[in-house]
Design a protein around this ligand. Structure first.
Ligand code: OGA
Ligand code: NI
Length: 376
């Protein structure tokens, strides 16, 4: 069957539960001196902010399509990040999703642990991208589920508490997938591709990762992060800020720009796969999440990509063969490589075309570790 659920994609080494660790900490560590060490981002008005794209206008529901398409192009070429507003997802769906994510992480550890990742599997409650005992760990727990297409789901891992979780996740997942598809279609138009399906197929599969980051008074950006610097190895990510505490920062001009999500907006970022398809015209941008000293932080990322059975490679219609900087790779091979790497800055795992590694045979000889460490 075309849409059979992919199995044994790889997983992470088990790590201690961060929420539990944080809950058992001694209150006395909350001294003003420690709090002083937490860097405060500059006030929002002094910061450059990521562009905002109005999806309703982009779809020409009330005029302004050209202007919005230009804004999207600018965002993709110059930022790699933007917020999408007026995206047509009912407010109640978004609010219910937030309540459910908060409700899930507030459950007793034992109840969450019943949905723990199996060894070597990415789905479930636990951690991702831990590949060695020596690695510095992120100060966050996560809950990861494949959500689209429906045949990829493992419903045994879908929470039944809060009671509305399953239904809500299903609705939210479908809405966000639609938004991702509409954005990819507009990108295809901006790129001058006549066959939009080369881009829209990049929203055919979706995985949702709910992140939980407890407060940590000693959090110092150089030593402890909610999420290490990385670019997303997928095609397009749509992120929902679940709790009010911001924490996402993006790499720009050698510094880190905090993202301040607008109410109701989704934060969108171009992933490595879109960078490969556009031959670097649209770039995935490195980002990280910082820990808040006093408050817990929750976010939910929906990652989109093509279905298994397809490939990732430069768009034939827009990228000249001799100018292509990346080779094509099967979605399955790519996903396995991604899940066996650690988050380590911007690290496109598709082997660049411009070196001696051109044949399938030489590729097969490389170990996964070597491939994963090949920098762009
Ligand atoms: C991610 C991610 C940022 C955040 O899940 O890949 O970058 O703010 N999340 O949680
Ligand atoms: Ni990310």
């Amino acid at each position: 069957m075309d849409d059979a659920k992919p199995r044994h994609l790889g997983g992470s080494l088990p790590v201690p539960n961060v929420q539990d660790l944080a809950a058992r900490r001694d209150e006395l560590t909350l001294t003003p001196t420690l709090l002083d060490r937490v860097p405060t981002p500059l006030p929002a008005k002094e910061q450059e902010q990521i562009p905002v794209v109005d999806l309703g206008r982009l779809l020409d529901l009330a005029g302004g399509r050209e202007e919005e398409a230009a804004r999207l192009r600018w965002a993709c070429e110059n930022w790699g990040f933007f917020q999408v507003v007026n995206h047509g997802t009912p407010e109640e769906t978004v609010e219910e999703m937030k309540r459910n994510v908060m409700g899930f992480f507030a459950l007793p550890l034992a109840e969450k642990a019943a949905l723990a990742q199996e060894p070597g599997e990415i789905e479930g409650y636990g951690q991702a991208f831990v590949v060695s005992e020596e690695q510095t760990l992120d100060w966050a727990d996560m809950f990861f589920l494949l959500t689209q297409p429906p045949s990829y789901r493992d419903l045994r891992l879908w929470p039944s508490n809060p009671p509305t979780s399953k239904n809500c996740l299903e609705n939210y997942s479908a809405e966000v997938q639609r938004v991702a598809g509409e954005l990819l279609r507009a990108m295809a138009e901006n790129l001058g591709a006549r066959d939009h399906s080369d881009m829209t197929r990049l929203a055919a599969s979706q995985a949702v990762r709910m992140n939980y980051c407890p407060p940590c008074p000693e959090a110092h950006v150089d030593r402890l992060l909610g999420l290490s610097p990385h670019s997303d190895a997928v095609a397009l990510t749509l992120l929902l800020q679940v709790s009010p505490v911001p924490g996402l920062q993006i790499r720009r001009n050698g510094g880190w720009v905090p993202v301040m999500p607008l109410p109701g907006a989704l934060v969108v970022n171009v992933g490595d796969v879109v960078e490969v398809l556009t031959n670097g015209k649209y770039k995935s941008v490195e980002h990280r999440a910082v820990v808040n000293a006093r408050e817990q932080r929750m976010s939910t990322a929906a990652f989109h990509g093509a279905k298994f059975g397809g490939t990732y490679g430069p768009l034939k219609e827009v990228v000249k063969e001799e100018e292509a900087r990346y080779r094509s790779v099967s979605v399955e091979e790519y996903t396995k490589l991604m899940l066996s790497s650690k988050l380590d800055g911007k690290n496109i795992i598709i082997v660049p075309k411009v070196n001696e590694l051109k044949t399938e045979e030489s590729l097969a000889k490389l170990s996964v570790a070597t491939l994963a460490s090949l920098k762009q």
